[in-house]
Design a protein around this ligand. Structure first.
Ligand code: HEC
Length: 150
């Protein structure tokens, strides 16, 4: 079942579902919106992990689930003609479109770790949750380091 979901999300990225009438600005707005929702929940989880706010397992598990669900969604927003070179609102480096295989691998890796985080969070072992959060955050950073403008 998991494999099917992953394959489906990957094919969204691969085909790009590029309807001709999608405006570049709309695609950028779409993917940034998804990332912003993910970032919102990720930040709260991070604050709990760092002890900047009380650790609440239920809240953490809910947020981990949201991030796991959202993680495959930005893919289809990366249509051609939407790099930071082409559209000022974009923070996606042009090289992203030249390195699609690597981008897909990094996306897949991140989806895998966000899913693992959601599962571990549900199980409730605080130490394991914190470890997996760090592992997951690394997969976000790995892609940002290469493909997102500062
Ligand atoms: C496969 C690559 C990739 C992965 C994995 C990834 N991101 Fe991103 N992220 C990007 C790119 C590219 C942008 C810039 C998008 C744009 O400006 O169009 C971005 C932008 C963002 C933004 C800023 C949105 C904005 O409006 O500027 C946030 C927040 C964010 N990502 C959070 C995350 C979190 C949290 C994770 C991990 C759970 C994650 N990202 C994983 C590539 C990735």
């Amino acid at each position: 079942m998991k494999k099917i979901v992953l394959a489906a999300s990957l094919s969204l990225l691969a085909t790009g579902l590029q309807a001709d009438d999608i405006k570049p600005e709309k695609a950028i707005e779409y993917r940034q919106s998804v990332y912003n929702v993910m970032g919102w929940h990720f930040k709260t989880m991070g604050a709990m992990v760092k002890g900047e706010m009380p650790f609440n397992k239920e809240v953490f598990a809910k947020k981990a689930e949201i991030v796991a669900f959202m993680s495959p969604l930005p893919g289809e927003g990366f249509i051609k003609g939407t790099s930071s070179k082409e559209v000022p609102e974009s923070k996606a480096k042009a090289i992203l479109w030249e390195k699609m295989d690597d981008v897909k691998a990094k996306s897949q890796d991140s989806q895998k770790e966000t899913k693992a985080l959601a599962e571990i969070a549900k199980a409730g072992d605080e130490k394991a949750i914190k470890e997996q959060f760090g592992k997951t955050a690394k997969t976000c950073k790995a892609c940002h380091d290469d493909y997102r403008e500062e």
